[in-house]
Design a protein around this ligand. Sequence first.
Ligand code: PGA
Length: 246
Amino acid sequence: MQKIIAANFKANHTQTSTKKYLQELDNRLLNMPLSKNSHRVYVFPQVANLCANDFTSLKIGTQNAYPAYNGAFTGEITLEALEEFGITTILIGHSERRNILNETQAFCAEKFAFFAQKGFEIIYCVGEDLSVRQKGGQKEDLEALKDFIQTQFEGIDTGYEKLIIAYEPIWAIGTGITATIEQIRQTHQAIKSIAPAPLLYGGSVNAENSSQILSLKEVDGVLVGRASLDVESFYQIIQNSYKENK
Ligand code: PGA
């Protein structure tokens, strides 16, 4: 199956460095001696660095947008601006927006409904913090974990045809700690029983650990933060996805 490899730049890179990165990655992918059908690549630059979505081998998506066509929403980006760039992919529910920007489940659901209605591809993020993961003590309580993740699907149409889910345990994001292969496998199985969409893993994925993670049949791709900032390292992860896919 085609693997999905996505780069989440968060609040990193400038307009100049983003442009250079995108051109270089697009060129490398074009010249890659691989089957074009082996992977789908997305890059999510920070909003100020969005640009026309007209690359050949990758798609640009937005890390965020307000659920409106335009209007009085100071500091936000809306559909009208995205349309001009030809952007039709959005990240919703990332833990940094839920926790740092205090986005509620109801607001995530409102955004989801708006952008689904506009036909966007939605990468919808879910994931638990350490207190949920450790609830069962030494023996992890998978049922409690599943119940928690289920709450992050409240108000979300899990049958939406352009839905991609990203499982990102909060304790593994930007910490250098990756979930173990068994934790990823079990949690992905649990999430797949809730929603039938392609499912990415995210949380300290890098060029070294991505091959093993991508080799799991429960993993349809990866969402990469820190290790995507360097074009060489992200390209390596894409190459690893191809190896795993052969
Ligand atoms: P990380 O971030 O790869 O730096 O852990 C992943 C994400 O938050 O999408």
